[in-house]
Design a protein around this ligand. Structure first.
Ligand code: SF4
Length: 417
């Protein structure tokens, strides 16, 4: 039995693709193992969002001296990369052919399977990284043309998966003991606009499933939260919806948003978040910010700091701007790296000052344990999708009542009551 080691970079969509590739390989008699050293073949599922993750991948690749298959957004977005030519490559729309590519590679051949395709494969065999969580890509690609984005080169334009296929997959997963459904895509907002439905319709139909589970809605761009604000507020009223909204703003300044080719203004973003927070008081709003985008002035960066100070995002993903090869932003004026790094440090420090989580001290309520933590602890999520660490035995998959006894920047500490 040949042994395969899978290393996954990047987002939930990539994680789902790796689970599908692992499931198919296992079904075909391969053993999926955790050790790269003992593997006969290494499968690396790559991410092209940022320079650091891509650089980390290429330095990992250099150190491997056994058969390798490279999957994911890097080969898909950069088909003619001179280094990658020497390896077997499988594209983001070809994961249903992983078994053949692995067989060919183990036989000493190089296969390049990077064709885009409209075929949808949600019911492939999979090995879930977390048996309680089913990651469902509801579509691939998006309707955006953000000037900094390399993902668009890989995942392409919006391709929504049929509602009935998604709901069938959810029912199957729930029958297999799954408790959480993570809906993901490059942007969940435009879901269905290419097949005559919408995201709110899909969510309402998912919530018609009469079972006890939780839904986490993946990243959605601000213009779609604005478009569906009333419907989303209504949908979030269902207790099975985690009160979690990941809506990337990227900058607090309108001139920079225009340069990024983002489809909203800061005023619209603010109004939308205020409305959602009013309609869903428990809502955790997560956002992303790029520091040091092309030609961003000190004053324009101050707008970003102002936005963060005003909205105090409990979850804030801060990135330094890297001009990604081939993107429009890569041709724009580049700020000195020192300025970019400094702005990222300033924003990180501000966020640490603002987000203390002290408001959670003493909170009591039910959480779902969905992860094993470090040092014999477990991690659970409350309705606001806050991570709560508790000590205990055999808690995995259980719903328990806790009280928050301590708070940290990225998690809360609870004790069972
Ligand atoms: S919405 Fe923009 S940032 Fe997101 S995947 Fe599409 S082009 Fe990239």
């Amino acid at each position: 039995m040949k042994k395969v080691f899978i290393n996954t970079y990047g987002c939930a969509h990539n994680q789902a693709d790796s689970e599908f590739m692992a499931g198919q390989l296992k079904q075909e008699g391969f053993e999926i193992i955790d050790s790269k050293k003992s593997a006969d073949l290494v499968l690396i599922n790559t991410c092209s969002v940022k320079d650091p993750s891509e650089k980390k991948f290429f330095s990992e690749l250099k150190r491997i001296n056994k058969p390798v298959v490279v999957a994911g957004c890097v080969p898909q977005a950069d088909k003619n990369n001179p280094v990658l030519k020497n390896y077997s490559l499988i594209g983001v729309k070809q994961i249903h052919n992983i078994v053949e590519v692995v067989h060919q590679t183990l036989a000493g051949n190089k296969v390049h399977l990077l064709k885009q395709s409209k075929d949808v494969h949600l019911n492939l065999p999979r090995i879930r990284r977390n048996p309680l969580v089913e990651i469902i890509p509801i579509s691939s690609g998006c309707l955006g043309y953000c000037t900094f984005c390399k993902t668009k080169f890989a995942r392409g334009s919006l391709l929504s998966f049929k509602e009935e296929v998604i709901i069938k997959q959810i029912r199957t997963a729930l029958n297999e003991g799954v408790k959480e459904i993570w809906l993901t895509s490059e942007d969940t907002g435009p879901y269905g606009l290419d097949i005559g439905t919408t995201l709110p319709k899909l969510l309402k139909n998912i919530l018609k499933i009469q079972k006890d589970f939780r839904v986490r809605l993946g990243m959605i761009n601000p213009e779609y939260v604005k478009r569906y604000d009333d419907a989303l507020i209504d949908i979030y009223k269902d207790e099975r919806m985690f009160k979690f909204l990941h809506v990337p703003v990227q900058s607090g300044n309108d001139r920079i948003l225009k340069l990024m080719k983002r489809e909203y203004t800061i005023e619209e973003f603010k109004k939308t978040v205020i409305k959602l927070r009013k309609g869903v008081p428990e809502l955790t709003v997560a956002t992303d910010i790029i520091c040091g985008f092309s030609s961003e002035t000190d004053y324009e960066f101050l707008d970003t700091l102002e936005l963060v100070r005003e909205f105090k995002f409990p979850v804030l993903h801060i990135s330094k701007f890297y001009p990604r090869p081939g993107t429009k932003a890569a041709k724009m004026e580049k700020l000195n790296t020192k300025i970019v790094k400094k702005r990222s440090r300033v924003l990180t420090a501000l966020n640490e000052e603002l987000v203390t989580n002290k408001e959670w001290l003493g909170w009591k309520g039910e959480i779902m344990i969905d992860e094993k933590g470090k040092n014999k602890t477990f991690v659970g999520r409350n309705n606001s999708y806050r991570p709560i660490v508790v000590k205990g035995k055999d808690l995995f998959g259980k719903r328990i009542k806790v009280r928050i006894v301590d708070v940290f920047r990225d998690y809360l500490k609870g004790e069972i009551i």
